[in-house]
Write a protein that binds this ligand. Structure first.
Ligand code: EPZ
Length: 419
């Protein structure tokens, strides 16, 4: 059994390059299905979720090959509209294939991949929104079939700014008849990246107001080359690592403009930050101060994907902290493993309370999902003694090589087998 071993207790110091964004790459890869030709995606992260999406596209008939940091996706000819259940169930975000496939060929058969450890993951808003564009759905157990002779534009109102549902509507609207106004939509940087990619391929999308994106359908999209932006969550993870463990680091390529809520909070907690050409410098030498109350929210609020890593800094900070998770109802589960390391986190529903000033101690722990796993790595770096983390496969879904990256920042961390 593979595991990550960390000898903790030392600050982080050094420079690390931030990889391409998982949550920008996945919807853009789905959007390539709308192009009857070749798309080249540069700076595409080499992570297991991207590999899974490559296999999903190939299962539909697209040709996909990796050329170093780029993916070449040829969707000239598709041969299926029924991606295999085994792949769909592996990744929640496979649901965004619906909008792309409805837009490309008017039909898709998708297995609804159920909940996961970070909480319920229904797709009711996706179905309702695509239905407003003329798609018809049949459900047979966990298999959903969607068909649309011709998707029609119109006004689509989302009850909540769901990132995935917004992506699905944009993908369905790109080649639909007429104009689609998406109201109450997500405005995350990854949504803007999808719009930028589509516009670069000849689509017509635009921000029409707060939580309002307008898409005017076009006849076809053209081949293009697109560079995936750096991953704000990976950058934020390493920033929180320096905040929690102390030290200083240069996060090369960090998308600083997308990280305002994270840098502001880190500054309140005692970090010094400066945006420099080509990245972000972060340092914490003095006290780690509790920020009081923090809650996750939709962009530009504090990202839910950094909630678990933040717990590692909050539990050690001097003073009381309270954190409320407002997006996923199961995302505080990692507190149990952190408490086994000495974190003293009190969980009550979607809120976590910490007295602060905890000292962390090395433990054998298990990662059960992506961002909780990253939090356990940060805790191991802060902890006194040896921490061994099973479940690296979850972390590899979103981090190209967290061991390589943190070793570049001076952490005593490595891959082991045994246990
Ligand atoms: C995307 O997930 C991201 N994933 C998540 O990142 C991220 O945490 C999330 O957006 C919020 O920012 C990708 O981009 C691949 P949502 P998504 O639809 O689209 C509920 C990571 O760690 N909901 O905005 O699934 C849902 O249950 C991952 O990189 C419905 O109730 O998120 C959740 O409570 C984790 N019905 C809330 O909305 C629906 O039909 C927000 O979900 C859809 C969603």
């Amino acid at each position: 059994m593979k595991y990550i071993q960390i000898k903790g207790g030392a600050p982080l110091c050094g420079e690390v390059a931030v990889q391409g964004s998982k949550n920008a790459a996945l919807p853009v890869m789905a959007a390539c299905l709308l192009v009857r030709g070749v798309t080249v995606l540069q700076n595409c992260p080499d992570i297991s979720d991207v590999c899974c999406m490559c296999r999903l596209l190939q299962s539909l008939g697209a040709k996909v090959e990796r050329c170093q940091d780029a993916l070449r996706i040829d969707a000239s000819h598709l041969s299926s509209c029924h991606p295999p259940q085994e792949l769909v169930m592996r990744m929640r975000s496979s649901v965004i294939l619906a909008g792309a496939m409805l837009g490309r060929c008017g039909e898709v058969h998708l297995h609804t991949p159920g909940g996961c450890v970070i909480g319920d993951r229904p797709i009711d808003w996706h179905i309702r929104a695509l239905g407003q564009m003329g798609a018809e759905f049949e459900e047979d157990g966990c298999l959903v079939t969607a068909r649309a002779r011709r998707l029609r534009g119109g006004r689509v109102v989302l009850p909540f700014p769901s990132v995935g549902a917004t992506e699905n509507v944009i993908l369905a609207a790109a080649l639909a008849e007429g104009q689609t106004d998406i109201c109450g939509c997500a405005m995350e940087p990854e949504i803007m990246a999808l719009c930028a990619f589509l516009n670069g391929a000849g689509a017509r999308t635009a921000v029409a107001g707060r939580g309002h994106i307008r898409v005017t359908g076009v006849g076809a999209l053209r081949e293009s080359v697109y560079r995936v932006e750096a991953d704000r969550i990976v950058a934020g993870t390493y920033l929180i690592g320096v905040l929690a463990a102390g030290g200083s680091a240069f996060l090369k390529n960090a998308p600083v403009r997308q990280m305002a809520s994270v840098t502001a909070l880190a500054g309140r907690m005692g970090a010094k930050l400066s945006a420099e050409t080509g990245g972000l410098y972060v340092e914490r030498r003095g006290r780690l101060c509790a920020p009081g109350y923090v809650e996750t929210g939709v962009y530009p609020g504090f990202p839910t994907d950094l909630q678990s890593p933040l717990l590692v800094a909050l539990c050690q900070a001097e003073g009381e902290s309270r954190l409320a998770e407002r997006i996923f109802n199961g995302r505080l589960a990692v507190a149990e493993e952190l408490n086994r390391m000495g974190a003293s986190i009190r969980v009550d529903g979607c809120c976590a309370g910490m007295t602060g000033g905890s000292r962390l101690y090395g433990q054998d722990v298990t990662a059960r999902e992506l961002r909780g796993g990253a939090a356990l790595v940060l805790a191991g770096i802060c902890a006194e003694g040896i921490t061994r983390i099973r479940g690296r496969q979850f972390i590899d879904r979103g981090y190209e090589d967290i061991v390589r990256d943190l070793r570049r920042l001076g952490a005593d961390i490595g891959d082991k087998t045994g246990l």
